[in-house]
Every structure is written in structure tokens, then in C-alpha cells.
Design a protein. Structure first.
Lengths: 306, 326
């Protein structure tokens, strides 16, 4: 399966982009001449001619943010948090959803499905925001540490994604269990765990891969939305920004994930659009890469069938 | 100990719940004796397959046996737990399904599928499973079993797949085989091979067969006892000679009349409806049901199976409920 996937150019391109981004995120300080901040721009006479933020034209390749931090390094630094957190959330969503679907198949009750269907119409960003705000209040009064906060936030993001997936998986498993060959297997005396392990899960595996990719995209979009709502994974702190005549409080992300870069600067969309557009482009490219991988997986499955 | 291996009495099977309850099988009684082949014959939707699934307690999730009894080898199936049933399924009773294409997992090698029942019911070393499977493949007529073992269902023809299903069904040497229209999806040339395999197994192992079919030709050749079913009820039953020589119920006559004949000079093949209204009753009592359309099943009034001659039963409306004129 893996060999077949690696022969799919779309899968390979998407996979390489994401893996390179994560690797670079870890090793860039040791392979690049990192000069992370450029608050001022000087002319040849060492006279200040500009103050951050600088556009990509002034400070290639991506320009700087309000504090003069190079966006290239910010996005590279944030990549590991953004992508790895996304992958962990996605994996846990799929894992728990599958677990509940397999072991609580009686949850086929329409009542459960109705509740899940109703929640589908609530934007997940609003749902996540509602659950996370009390967390920040608690963190402000009793600090819980960045790692604990990240874990709890991830669990919230996992939790809001599980019920719709349980509904999807339950439906899928029901349709597989209704297939004639499953009835035939049961008629031979097979036990449920065997049938699930040998027949249901392999049949579900292609769907699982696709759902994994789909969920990863949804999580990335959700993180971006939460960033706009100033909800950052790993928490935030408020700093005063601007000059001494015009100090304004701004919330900045502690972990540096991409949504944090967007959230802390989205007021600058008109004056310094690159600060938003660079992390947004990385979100878009990552989502595009995952889509390429989905395409590759689908092509591989199709070629396997024919 | 009785000679009857399977005995179903007054079985009622329903689907759905509340206002949407549908009675698929009503008051069904039949038996299969040891070493005998009983045929359950009727058109699609008459409740034959549902009856067979209920014997193994593998009815679809919304179906249930509401009342009655299914006794197998003097044990009450309906009272058994799932664990007890798992020991019986495949081991003492096994089933051959009609659609071999759908009944085999397309993503699993057929050899592995054959060993599924053995893994559960027989103490066979993993390394021995392949040998046993190869022997089973040989028994069902494959000359190159080692090659077939590693094939996927899509690489086999319809007849080969059906033989794989038979190999799976006989793998644990069950006492009873339920063959649910095993030849429906096959062309005529293959049908005989498949039926012969089942008949050979029956003779070799002194097993019993419950043959579900809508083909009276198959019944004539392989069955000892016949149950004719319509609309979830048995309408006529008897030994195969009696049913063929002296069918009484118009529905049975219709089914027998549907067998194409070389001698017939009729321009079109006859259907069951050409026979069903020729006569309305037997010795003053009306046949039940009144019509033979699956869309409008009619069992208006209480009816019962009446023994018209020793061992020959026909469904008639109860005397005090409906009487015929003339």
C-alpha cells in the first residue's frame, strides 16, 4: 500500500511538502543564518529609514511582523506546533470515534444521531470558543502551565470533532455489517471481534485514510478561525504595542503556531496585509498538500480496484 | 430421541416496530429428519430466506422471532445465548447463500475464507489449516486447489465461487446444511454440479439438507419432503411424490405448472397466476389465501393446514369462517 502510494505523484508532492515543513521547523536554526528580528531599516549612512513592519519587498522573502520578527522564521517555528498539533488532534478524533463506533454500536439510537446532526449546524469555531474561554479564565486565576493548557485545548478540539465522526463511522459500520459476506461469516460461527478485525476494519481502512485527511483540513481551518477569535493553542499573553504616544494592548500567542500570527495581527490586514497573508498562505498550502495526498490515496485505491 | 434433526413449530417472525410491524413469517411449522432433504419452495418474498436466517439466529437487526419454537437436535435454538449459537453456527448447522459474489469478502483470499469456520470450531494448528482447506477445495471439485487457495473471489467464475461457499459450509462437517437458493445465480450447466456436491455431502456424512428454492425442477430431483410457502405461511406440504403426483393447492399446482415442458404447444410460458383461480376450494372449504399477488396478500380469515391424506397437508380457511358457494 505504502509503495503504491509513493508512486502517486500527487501524494508524493503533498507528503514531501508537509514533511519538509516539519523537518525545517526543527532544524532551521542550525542550517540557516537566523537573524530573527529587524526592527529598523537603515540606509548606507546608518540612518533609520523605516520601522517594522517591513513588507516582503523590503525584507525578503516574507517581510516582518509588527515587532520586526521575520515571518519566514515565525512560520517555520510555528509549523511544528500547527502541523503536529493538527495531526495529534486528527488522530485522536479518528481513534476515539472509531472506538465508540465499534464498541457502542447500540448508539444507533436516532436520539444520538439527532443531537449530532443538530450540532453540525453550529460552527465548530464557535463551539470551541465557548469551551475554551472558561479555560483561559481559569488559567488567568490559577496558571496551569503551557503544556497542560495545550493538552486540555487539544482534548476540547478532539471532543467537538468526535460525535459527528461517531455518526459517520456508525453508519459506515452498519452498512458493512449488512453486507452478505459478513452475514456469511457470522453463519460460520465467527465472533464479533474477529469480524470487526478481519472484515470491517480492512473495509473501513480506505475510508479512514480519507477521513483522516479531511479531519486534518478541518482542524487546520478551525485553528485559523480560533486565531482570528484570539484563541491560541498554548495560551496567550497581552503586551503593549506601538510607540510611547500610542500604546495599545495586543494579545500574542505563546506557542507561535500559525493561527497565533494571524490572530495577533489581523487588525493590520489593510496596512500590513503580508503579516496575515503569509501564515494564511502556509495554511492554504498545507491544506492543498493534504488534498493532494487525498487525491493520491484515491488514485491508488482506484488503481487497486481495477 | 426423535428422528427429527430440525423442528420448527408455530414460528412467527416480524420486522419493524410499533405501527410499522411487518409479519414476514406466520405460524410456520416444518421439520427436517436426519439424512433427509426438505425443500422450502415459494416465490421471492414468501419468507423462505427469513426462515432460514432465523434457524441460525442471524436475522437482520430489525427482525425477530416473536413466538414459536425452533428445535435443533433436541435443543431449543430460540432460547440459546449468542455464545451457544456461535458454537452451532458453521459447526452443526451451516448455510450456503444464493449470491456467491456477495457472500465472499472480495478483499480476502478464498483459501483464508474457507478456514474461518475451522479456526473457531476445530482444534487445528495454524500450519494445518492450509492443508485442510486444500482438501476441502479438492472435495468440491477443484483440480488445482493450491492455485485456487490464493485467488481472490473476483478471479473466480460464479460456479467456482459457489463451490467455495460449499467448501466453507462443509468445512466443519455440519449435521444440517441450509442451502438458500444455491443455484439461482448460476447458469444451468453449473447448477447440477453444485446440487450434486450438496447431495454427495449429504450421503457421505448422513447429513440433512434444508433446500430453499423456487425451482420445482430442483425439488423433484433432490428433495424428500416439500413445503410450499406463500406470503409467510406454508400452503401445502407432503413428500415429494405426493406433491408432484397429487398437488391440491392451486398455488402448488401453479408452481409445478410453471416448469417449462418440451411437449407443451403453448405459445407462452405459464405463470402461477394461470392456475391460481381455476378452483376455489377443496371439499367445501376455501383455499387460503384467496389471491396470489405479493402486493395484496390475502389471509383475511383464520386458516390452518389440514391433513387431506396421511402426511399431506393443505392450507384451507377455517370451516366456520369462510365457506365457498357451489
Amino acid at each position: 500500500m505504502i509503495v503504491r502510494l509513493l508512486k502517486q505523484p500527487q501524494f508524493l508532492i503533498g507528503f514531501l511538502f508537509i514533511v519538509s515543513l516539519i523537518l525545517l521547523s526543527f532544524i532551521y536554526p542550525s542550517i540557516m543564518d537566523v537573524q530573527k528580528e529587524s526592527k529598523f531599516l537603515y540606509d548606507e549612512n546608518e540612518v533609520i529609514v523605516g520601522v517594522a513592519p517591513f513588507s516582503p519587498k523590503d525584507m525578503p522573502p516574507f517581510g516582518t511582523d509588527m515587532n520586526g520578527k521575520h515571518l519566514l522564521y515565525l512560520v517555520l517555528e510555528g509549523a511544528k506546533y500547527t502541523i503536529l498539533i493538527t495531526l495529534v488532534i486528527t488522530f485522536l478524533r479518528i481513534f476515539f470515534a472509531l472506538f465508540f463506533s465499534l464498541f457502542h454500536r447500540k448508539s444507533k439510537s436516532t436520539f444520538f444521531d439527532d443531537i449530532v446532526q443538530a450540532t453540525l449546524y453550529i460552527p465548530t469555531a464557535i463551539l470551541a470558543y465557548m469551551f475554551m474561554v472558561p479555560l483561559f479564565v481559569k488559567d488567568a486565576t490559577e496558571p496551569m502551565g503551557m503544556m497542560t493548557l495545550i493538552v486540555v485545548q487539544c482534548l476540547i478540539l478532539v471532543g467537538i470533532g468526535v460525535p459527528p465522526l461517531v455518526s459517520t463511522f456508525s453508519e459506515e459500520i452498519r452498512s458493512i455489517l449488512a453486507k452478505d459476506y459478513i452475514v456469511s461469516t457470522f453463519s460460520l460461527g465467527s465472533k464479533k471481534p474477529y469480524v470487526y478485525y478481519k472484515h470491517v476494519l480492512p473495509e473501513l481502512s480506505s475510508k479512514l485514510l480519507l477521513l483522516f485527511a479531511q479531519q486534518a483540513i478541518q482542524t487546520l481551518i478551525l485553528l485559523a478561525h480560533l486565531g482570528v477569535l484570539a484563541v491560541f493553542i498554548g495560551g496567550s499573553k497581552t503586551v503593549m504595542m506601538g510607540d510611547i504616544f500610542n500604546l495599545t494592548p495586543a494579545t500574542i500567542s505563546l506557542s507561535g503556531e500559525w493561527a497565533g500570527i494571524i490572530g495577533q495581527s489581523y487588525q493590520k490586514l489593510l496596512t500590513a496585509p503580508w503579516i496575515i497573508l503569509v501564515p494564511l498562505s502556509f495554511f492554504a498550502f498545507t491544506i492543498f498538500s493534504i488534498n493532494l495526498m487525498i487525491q493520491g490515496i484515491q488514485n491508488s485505491l482506484e488503481s487497486n480496484k481495477s | 430421541m426423535s428422528n427429527r434433526l430440525l423442528e420448527i413449530n408455530n414460528l412467527n417472525i416480524a420486522f419493524g416496530s410499533g405501527k410499522n410491524v411487518f409479519n414476514a413469517v406466520t405460524d410456520l411449522s416444518l421439520s427436517v429428519s436426519k439424512g433427509q432433504t426438505a425443500a422450502l419452495i415459494g416465490e421471492s418474498g414468501s419468507g423462505k430466506s427469513v426462515t432460514s436466517l432465523s434457524v441460525l439466529k442471524i436475522l437482520p437487526a430489525n427482525g425477530r422471532a416473536e413466538s414459536g419454537s425452533i428445535r435443533f437436535d433436541d435443543k431449543e435454538i430460540l432460547q440459546m445465548t449468542e455464545k451457544e449459537m456461535q458454537k452451532i453456527r458453521g459447526n452443526e448447522i451451516s448455510m450456503i447463500f444464493q449470491d456467491a459474489i456477495a457472500s465472499l469478502n472480495p478483499a480476502m483470499k478464498v483459501g483464508i475464507q474457507i478456514t474461518e469456520g475451522l479456526k473457531y470450531h476445530k482444534q487445528i494448528a495454524k500450519s494445518e489449516l492450509r492443508t485442510v482447506a486444500l482438501s476441502l477445495l479438492e472435495q468440491v471439485g477443484f483440480h488445482n486447489p493450491a492455485h485456487i487457495f490464493d485467488q481472490y473471489p473476483s478471479q473466480l467464475s460464479g460456479g467456482m465461487k459457489q463451490r467455495i461457499l460449499i467448501a466453507m459450509a462443509i468445512s466443519c462437517r455440519p449435521k444440517l446444511i441450509i442451502a438458500d437458493e444455491p443455484t439461482t445465480a448460476l447458469d444451468v450447466t453449473i447448477q447440477r454440479q453444485v446440487l450434486d456436491l450438496i447431495a454427495d455431502y449429504k450421503i457421505r456424512e448422513d447429513a440433512s439438507v434444508l433446500m430453499i428454492t423456487h425451482d420445482f425442477g430442483v425439488v423433484a430431483e433432490y428433495a424428500d419432503w416439500v413445503y410450499v410457502m406463500f406470503g409467510g405461511r406454508i400452503v401445502e406440504s407432503g413428500d415429494v411424490f405426493t406433491i408432484f403426483n397429487n398437488p391440491i393447492h392451486p398455488y402448488t399446482k401453479g408452481l409445478i405448472g410453471c416448469i417449462p415442458s418440451m411437449e407443451s404447444d403453448s405459445e407462452r410460458l405459464k405463470s402461477v397466476y394461470d392456475y391460481s383461480f381455476e378452483e376455489a376450494g377443496y371439499k367445501g372449504r376455501k383455499f387460503a389465501p384467496e389471491t396470489y399477488s405479493m402486493e395484496s396478500k390475502v389471509y383475511h380469515a383464520p386458516s390452518s393446514l389440514i391433513e387431506v391424506e396421511p402426511g399431506h397437508y393443505v392450507r384451507l380457511f377455517d370451516e366456520n369462517e369462510v365457506t365457498i358457494v357451489g
